[in-house]
Design a protein around this ligand. Structure first.
Ligand SMILES: C[S@@+](CC[C@H](N)C(=O)[O-])C[C@H]1O[C@@H](n2cnc3c(N)ncnc32)[C@H](O)[C@@H]1O
Length: 417
């Protein structure tokens, strides 16, 4: 299963996460996470209430895995203001959430909301502005302490209740009408936060309740990116007139061993994308997310060097309707090519991280090959992709790519960590 100078198996090397800093936690947690902090966060409860909640938690019959050391490190990374600054300054992200919340005002006004992973509390406050009766802002990191102060400074203490703890551990003594959460990691599934949204849904959401966002779709497409290849590899051919090409295999290994989070444009994409996973937040289960496999088949729209695959996602804020009638992905099944860009109606709010749309802090996730493959127009590129939670740390993503084109087959394995 080899050809074209392509290495059949790519080995792996640890890499520092960058950008959003969602490394699943590289530092140890400062303190043990518990359902409530000692800082007074979550003080909507009296001490007796907290005591009885704790007793109830201890005797609970729903399964909630304990926070691992990786989880503690993960929450520690969210205690840093820089991550929240980066997310909030991502106007595409934050404005789309605000628009989605405001456009669902009629379902939020007078209702009870839970914000899963509230960070600074920004989405909880948007929900309060949309007229929510009560918002539970659940945040496991120390950022909850600051969220509490922000809520107080905005005179919303009577409406927004900050609960400092994991969604899996805190108690909310009523059913809720709405769940809002910004849970998406790089290539949608990195970070594995969707499982916590599912837990919140199963614990608290009333039948027929609203989840924002309601649906998510992960896409994949073959890409060409010669400048990126030249900048990292061909650079070594002539360095100040010195032939350093002997270093090129090492440069390839270092540059392309692991997935790369970077921004590409629509011009880098060789074909229409394929849907790798569609998520309906109302019905998805935690088990489904452990491993996702999809077949794909592309027909290259041009002759070009094929350098690797790009992954991106979008999420829809679509109420509880399964899909609007004009949604072009309605007919598309996982693994099939989506031949038309999704239509955006007034009712449907979509947050897209596609190469052809405005850039976001998620960028796109690229898996590059060590050697490009020359493809002709209409040449078929097909194979199988498996994305699975890493056994080392369930917040990391193992990516196994099997791909064939022009009579040659390859396998590339990498880890987004
Ligand atoms: C992507 S950030 C979003 C923050 C905020 N909602 C916003 O939109 O700016 C996700 C937040 O969820 C928190 N989080 C992740 N999993 C959680 C869980 N199981 N329970 C409570 N908080 C969680 C993280 O600590 C982090 O602050």
């Amino acid at each position: 299963m080899n050809g074209g100078g392509q290495s059949p198996y790519d080995t792996k090397k640890p890499r520092q996460r960058r950008g959003r800093g969602r490394g699943g936690g590289v530092r140890g947690a400062k303190r043990e996470l518990s359902g409530y902090s000692s800082t007074g966060v979550g003080d909507c409860y009296g001490l007796n209430q907290m005591e009885s909640d704790r007793e109830r938690e201890e005797s609970r019959d729903w399964s909630s895995p304990r926070a691992s050391d990786f989880d503690k490190g993960y929450f520690q990374s969210y205690a840093h203001v820089g991550i929240h600054e980066e997310m909030i300054k991502d106007h595409v992200r934050t404005e789309t959430y605000r628009k989605a919340i405001m456009s669902h005002r009629s379902s939020i006004a007078g209702k009870v909301v839970v914000d899963v992973g509230s960070g600074t509390g920004i989405l909880s406050i948007f929900c309060a502005f949309a007229g929510a009766k009560r918002v539970y802002a659940v945040e496991a990191s120390e950022m909850a302490v600051h969220a509490q102060e922000i809520v107080k400074a905005n005179n919303l203490s009577g409406k927004v209740i900050v609960l400092h703890g994991r969604v899996e551990d805190v108690s909310i003594n009523e059913k809720v009408d709405v769940i809002v959460s910004e849970w998406m990691g790089y290539m949608l599934l990195y970070e594995s936060m969707l499982g916590s949204v599912i837990t919140a849904r199963n614990r608290w959401l009333k039948p027929g309740g609203l989840i924002l966002p309601s649906h998510a779709t992960l896409y994949m497409a073959p890409v060409t990116n010669s400048p990126r290849y030249c900048e990292s590899i061909d650079f070594w051919r002539n360095v100040y007139g010195i032939d350093m090409s002997s270093i090129m295999p090492l440069a390839r290994q270092c540059a392309f061993e692991e997935p790369s989070v970077e921004t590409i444009t629509g011009e880098n994409v060789l074909t229409w994308p394929s849907v790798i996973k569609h998520v309906n937040c109302h019905t998805i289960t935690i088990e489904e997310l452990v491993s996702v496999t999809a077949k794909y088949k592309f027909s290259s729209m041009m002759r070009a060097p094929f350098h690797g695959f790009a992954f991106w996602f979008d999420v829809e804020f679509n109420g509880i309707k399964p899909y609007p009638a004009n949604d072009q992905t309605q007919q598309s099944h996982e693994g099939s090519s989506v031949s038309k860009k999704r239509l955006k109606s007034d009712e449907l709010v979509v947050l897209s991280t596609a190469p052809e749309d405005a850039p976001t802090h998620w960028q796109q996730t690229l898996v590059y090959f060590y050697e490009p493959i020359e493809v002709q127009q209409d040449q078929i590129i097909e194979g199988l992709v498996t994305l699975s939670q890493s056994k080392e740390n369930a917040r990391f993503l193992n990516i196994q790519l099997e791909y064939s084109s022009g009579g040659h087959s390859f396998v590339k394995q990498s880890i987004l960590r």
